[in-house]
Design a protein around this ligand. Structure first.
Ligand code: TXA
Ligand code: MG
Length: 574
């Protein structure tokens, strides 16, 4: 990995052909798309794909998207195109969408990260199309940033991150969208959005409904609706359709799903930093965006505070009119205030288009803080806020390790499986101690274990067999305990959320994208730690006799006994 990286203009036939040849020969090439730049390699060649990870500086634990330049190229890559996938393909391809389908045997494991699905993307960018077309190969490509910086939206960003690491970067100009593609799982009867993007949930719903598809949610009783179903939230619509449409227990869908999140490793408590400037990011305004008129005042307040605290220079990601007024107000503070103007203040497309460049640019100037506006969480605003919140939460994240840890087990109703898991986990932790933090041998680490349900009714007593079993077998007293629902506050407090099935984990990751790297199903964690001969999907014993409960407990006991040491090791507790 020591290249004289060449930045190629698409008009430069000679170098362009050389870039094509490099791809064909198993090298990695930076390429433009309408969303962000990608790091492409031959998707059918595991050795070539390996080089992507080397260039990017991240481990190969995340599935890659496969890029094509025609519909014909898709067929051999997938084993099934569901009716929903077909409609989405016809409506939105080529374009800024990635559609997840069941993969064919042509897709190497290193591309799919061991999943049985593959994300297919047909970019609309002419240079991307030309490159793929000339190669005649499907191209696997993640975003072309180094692990830890925002996705690149200009060739110069890629040059900066990848210089010396790859032979060519093809310059296709500034990416039009500026945020990564919408990732949508279309393996079921209704799509599930794993990452919001420029193709919005509303766009997809509209097309599907006009093609005669119905959100299965509408045909099911609403009795199981969780607290996610705030009316008017389009994300909740799709989500609910997914959650209620699929049987959360033992459904065919219980595979090893990845996190709906960029560069999120499937390891608990270990975070890659993504989109994270090295300074804090402050978001002004609220997600309703109704009070754009007041944004000038909010900027002003933040700036005054920064000036007072000498927390300058402060970087503003800001709309033009607001910037003009601020420049008048703070006329003598040119050194302390750095403006990055994205366009009209209320133009969410412009803000999205410039977001990553804005974060990069301001960060490179070493501002002490970045202030950016909230946009209403609808349409493209959902994707914009998703990326901005990530930048804000990551950059503000405390560096220090906590000395205690919290695990929450999750099932649907929180009366049988998850309370049992809770009791068993506590008991195992107790009996295999003492546990110390490696960093500080004096500190005895504590583990708090709780449980909750995705669709729980609050305050339902744990079932009798659960309480009996916890008491007899594990000396854990659950008497009088009642069910609780997974709430925003509860989940935000956890270091690790362990779900009984992949449907639970998938659902929670969608609902809490910022928590993505802390939410797993037992099976996903088993796969992550590559523990052999262990089945992690735990079915619901509710309504069965005591013997069935004992089987469930035995399964949970086996799983947790294997997983807990790995989890603790990962946290530096041994
Ligand atoms: O706009 C984009 O999608 C860009 C350009 C280059 O095409 N690519 C991109 O790739 O953003 P990457 O690797 O940075 O993000 C892909 C996301 C990851 O969060 C990954 O986990 C998810 O898509 N993903 C890919 N294949 C998947 C699959 N089979 N199942 C679930 N998630 C998948
Ligand atoms: Mg990425």
């Amino acid at each position: 990995m020591n290249f004289e990286t060449i930045c190629v203009s698409p008009e430069d036939e000679l170098n362009f052909s050389a870039a094509v040849r490099a791809l064909q020969e198993g090298e990695v090439v930076g390429m433009p798309t309408e969303t962000v730049y990608g790091l492409g390699a031959n998707a059918l060649d595991p050795e070539a794909v390996k080089k992507i990870y080397e260039a990017k500086g991240r481990p190969s634990d995340n599935p890659l998207i496969v890029h094509v330049a025609s519909f014909d190229m898709i067929d051999p890559l997938v084993s099934e195109i569901t009716p929903v996938a077909k409609v989405l393909m016809e409506a939105f391809m080529p374009g800024p969408i990635t559609i997840i389908m069941k993969k064919s045997h042509f897709i190497p494991d290193i591309v799919s990260a061991g999943l049985d699905t593959v994300g297919i993307r047909f970019p609309v960018h002419p240079v991307a199309q030309k490159l793929i077309d000339m190669c005649g190969l499907p191209i696997a490509a993640p975003s072309a940033n180094l692990s830890g910086s925002p996705s690149p939206t200009k060739a110069e960003h890629v040059m900066k991150d990848m210089h010396g690491r790859i032979p060519y970067v093809v310059d296709g100009g500034e990416c039009q969208v500026g945020l990564e593609s919408t990732v949508v799982d279309a393996t079921g009867e209704w799509p599930v959005v794993l990452r919001p993007g420029a193709i919005t949930i509303e766009d997809m719903e509209q097309v599907l409904e006009s093609s005669g598809f119905r959100n299965p949610k509408e045909t099911l009783s609403s009795g199981r609706a969780s607290d996610s179903s705030e009316s008017g939230n389009p994300a909740a619509l799709i989500l609910e359709g997914m959650a209620a449409g699929a049987d959360p227990i033992g459904s065919a869908n219980s595979g090893n799903y990845t996190v709906a999140d960029d560069e999120t490793p499937r390891a608990p408590g270990m975070k890659y930093r993504h989109y994270a400037p090295s300074c804090p990011v402050r978001i002004i305004g609220d997600k309703t965006g109704d009070d754009f008129d007041n944004y000038f005042v909010y900027y002003k307040q933040e700036i005054m505070e920064a000036l007072l605290a000498e927390n300058t220079p402060v970087g503003l990601f800001v709309g033009e009119e607001i910037a003009e007024n601020l420049k008048i107000l703070f006329a003598n503070k040119n050194e302390e205030i750095i403006y990055y103007i994205y366009g009209d203040s209320e133009d969410v497309e412009a803000a999205s288009h410039h977001l990553f460049d804005g974060l990069r640019t301001l960060d490179e100037i070493h501002v002490k803080m970045i202030i950016a506006p909230a946009f209403p969480e609808k349409g493209l605003g959902i994707a914009y806020m998703n990326r901005l919140l990530k930048a804000a939460s990551e950059s503000d994240a405390p560096v220090a390790q906590k000395t205690d840890r919290k695990i929450m087990f999750v099932c649907s109703g929180n009366t049988c499986r998850s309370p049992m898991a809770e009791a068993i986990c506590r008991s195992i932790f107790r009996s295999t101690g003492p546990h110390h933090m490696i960093e500080d041998p004096e500190t005895e680490a504590t583990l708090e274990v709780t449980s909750a349900g995705t669709f729980a009714e609050k305050g339902v007593e744990f079932t009798k067999y659960t309480v009996d079993l916890a008491g007899y077998e594990y000396e854990e007293d659950l008497t009088g305990r009642t069910s609780q629902v997974v709430t925003d506050e509860l989940i935000a407090d956890q270091d690790l959320v362990l779900c009984m099935t992949a449907d639970h984990s998938k659902y929670l990751r969608f609902k809490y994208p910022d928590m993505g790297d802390r939410i797993f199903s037992l099976q996903e964690l088993i796969d992550h730690y590559a523990i052999p001969n262990l089945s992690g999907d735990v079915t619901d014993p509710y309504g069965f006799e005591y013997l069935v409960y004992m089987d469930t407990a035995k399964q949970l006991d086996t799983i947790i006994r294997e997983l807990l040491p790995e989890i603790l090791k990962n946290w530096g507790m041994n």
